[in-house]
Design a protein around this ligand. Structure first.
Ligand code: ADP
Ligand code: ZN
Length: 604
């Protein structure tokens, strides 16, 4: 049943009638009205901020077809499946389509029976395609993941460059670019490339208060990850583990599978078919754990990613923010856990120095890394530090939903500890890694200590007052502040830098964070605030029904109804179609299609 224009014209009617939402969020309404009236512009909103509606609603309000450029086939297909569920005639045109299907879509395009067409950038800019569109009423062009147009960012896609032609060929048609990247240079680049210099930029708030942010030194990666998984055991929703290397994605997926999890690996070295299959399984499965490099990013549309863990330090707050933003798009509580070590920090610094980039680029990369390290090592609210990277001031000193706010670390004067560690490094000849240096400090008579006669050093045993973990933490914090370097390309030996001198001379005070042996998270709060956790029999029954329905239609479960909607239905227990229609997420088409089945499932 194609969308018949019943609600056309008024954005609010379209929003509630077609999508079943009670109201717009943030700046959505402003954008929607601007575009519905024929304006162009750029939308900067965090992942999960609700960018899709910014072009979907105006496309339905305006006459003609909405053309959406999207970089990833899997993403297009899921969006199309979701729109069809809502009764909107939508299709995706890309290179992977069987001949006949492509032709059928073009026929529908000319009939005027399509309302939204998703198309890959290379397909759109073909002369034949542009000519076709010129002969048709086009409601708008939307360029999703618009940062792909910029060489400046990390996701440049050459096919996106050709999109500049849209402003020349369709000067009177609204063009809306959308991205979650807020980096000022990328933003200017997008505007220049897409001819949007004179159009407004809509910047949505970047805070994602439902994501709990945590960071911890990587002590034992597996047990730290196991603890996180345990808190989510038996709950619906997926998780993502970001790893620094391809090999690590595969190793991690392997031990997680051995632990009994449905874990997959994803990285850029896999062939196209394997990547598509991984995307598909991630979208369709329930409690899937995806172990991936940052190549796994675009096209993750799942609203119920419950947690994102990083096993290695991300290169900038921007990329970390994008990656953790994939959690909790449904607005329910979600978690972001960052694990990192001194070696990560040193390695990232060396990579920047050794890269062929120019001095200006290196300076910027260094700043980004330092900002990331500051967040990882923070003694004050991490969310506040993160938001500041996007030019946003957090409304309060403490967010109440990061590990620092929930359990503030104690600071202590670590000047003497830092001096002891630095002199142990110097006296052992800058040739040893942290393990041996700690042995010397603790006064342990190991083989290595005997071999090098380090028990005769004056620093031997001066650190008996602190446990090993505390010493490792002192070393890491000295690396973080740049007083120590780690020779990651060699054997990880510690090397003091110039910044160590004032500390050794007692000219600089060193405040250190006490690494309390507290659990990374307060227990039992993982899903606090969720309208219904798994275990509620009504919610489970609705999920069973949804699973069967999704399987029968071969679509992801969440395009039928999201967890959040099912939870609200379970809580409200509607007995009539009218009562059901009042629940957010239940639009007209879904009511008609599934209303009776949902009521029956509730009554059974
Ligand atoms: P983005 O593309 O910005 O990452 P989406 O457009 O996928 O985000 O939206 C994220 C989630 O928020 C989706 O599950 C969507 O249904 C929901 N959402 C967006 N706008 C609204 C709204 N006005 N009311 C209720 N839910 C919304
Ligand atoms: Zn906080």
């Amino acid at each position: 049943m194609p969308y018949d224009g019943r609600f056309a014209g008024d954005p609010l009617n379209v929003l509630s009638g077609v999508f079943g939402h009670a109201g717009f969020r943030g700046r959505q309404e402003e954008v929607v009205r601007h575009v519905a009236e024929g304006g162009s512009g750029l939308v900067l909103m965090p992942t999960g901020g609700g960018k899709s509606l910014c072009y979907q609603v105006p496309a339905l309000c305006r006459p003609g077809i909405g053309v959406v450029v999207s970089p990833l086939i899997a993403l297009m297909e899921d969006q199309v499946a979701a729109l069809r569920q809502q009764g909107v005639a939508a299709a995706a045109l890309h290179s992977d389509l069987p001949e006949g299907e492509g032709r059928a879509i073009l026929r529908d395009l000319h009939d005027g029976s399509l309302k939204l067409l998703y198309v890959s950038p290379e397909r759109l800019v073909l002369e034949g395609m542009l000519n076709r569109l010129e002969g048709l009423p086009v409601a708008l062009f939307a360029v999703d993941e618009a940062h792909c147009v910029s060489q400046w960012g990390h996701h440049f896609r050459p096919e996106y460059r050709g999109l500049g032609v849209l402003s020349e060929r369709f000067p009177r048609t609204p063009r809306l670019a959308l991205t979650a990247t807020a980096d000022p240079r990328t933003v200017e680049d997008i505007r220049a490339q897409l001819g949007l210099q004179d159009d407004p930029v809509f910047r949505g708030g970047f805070d994602r208060p439902n994501i709990r942010i945590e960071a911890a030194p990587r002590e034992s990666e597996r047990s730290q990850l196991r603890a996180l998984l345990k808190e989510h055991a038996g709950q619906p929703g997926a998780g993502i583990v970001y790893c620094g290397t391809r090999a690590r994605t595969e190793q991690t997926a392997e031990w997680l599978r051995a632990d009994g999890h449905d874990a997959l690996a994803f990285h850029a070295g896999m062939d196209a078919a394997a990547k598509r299959e991984a995307h598909r399984r991630f979208a369709r499965g329930d409690a899937v754990v995806m172990c991936a490099t940052i190549a796994f990013g675009m096209g993750i549309d799942r609203p119920d990613v419950r947690w994102v863990a990083h096993l290695d330090l991300p290169r900038s707050p921007e990329s970390w923010y994008q990656e953790i933003g994939r959690a909790g798009r449904d607005g329910l509580p979600a978690r972001a856990l960052l694990l990192y070590g001194a070696g990560d920090i040193a390695l990232a610094r060396h990579r920047i120095e050794d890269s062929p980039a120019g001095p200006e680029q290196k300076r910027i990369e260094r700043q980004r890394l330092d900002a990331m390290v500051a967040i990882a090592e923070a003694a004050t609210c991490r969310r506040r530090l993160l938001l500041r990277c996007f030019g946003e001031d957090a409304p309060t000193e403490t967010c109440g939903n990061c590990d620092v706010c929930l359990a503030p670390p104690r600071l202590f004067d670590g000047t003497v500890a830092a001096q002891k560690l630095l002199s142990a490094v110097l006296r052992t000849g800058r040739r040893f890694g942290v393990a041996h240096v700690v042995d010397v400090l603790r006064g342990r008579m190991t083989e290595k200590v005997a071999q090098f006669a380090h028990d005769r050093l004056p620093t031997f045993g001066v650190g008996k007052d602190l446990p090993d973990t505390a010493w490792r933490s002192v070393a890491r914090q000295l690396v973080a502040r740049g007083a120590l370097d780690v020779a990651v390309e060699n054997h990880g030996e510690l090397v003091p830098t110039d910044a160590a001198r004032p500390i050794l001379k007692g000219e600089e005070k060193v405040l250190l964070r006490e690494e309390a042996s507290r659990p990374a998270t307060p227990r039992g709060r993982a899903m606090a605030g969720a309208p219904a956790a798994s275990g509620d029999p009504l919610f489970e029954r609705l999920r069973d029904w949804r699973r069967a329905e999704a399987q029968a239609q071969a679509v992801p479960a969440y395009v039928i109804f999201q967890d959040r909607t099912l939870a609200e239905i379970a809580a409200a227990r509607p007995r009539t179609l009218d009562q059901l229609a009042a629940i957010p997420g239940v639009g007209a088409t879904k009511l008609q299609r599934y209303g009776a089945a949902v009521l029956k499932a509730l009554a059974d």
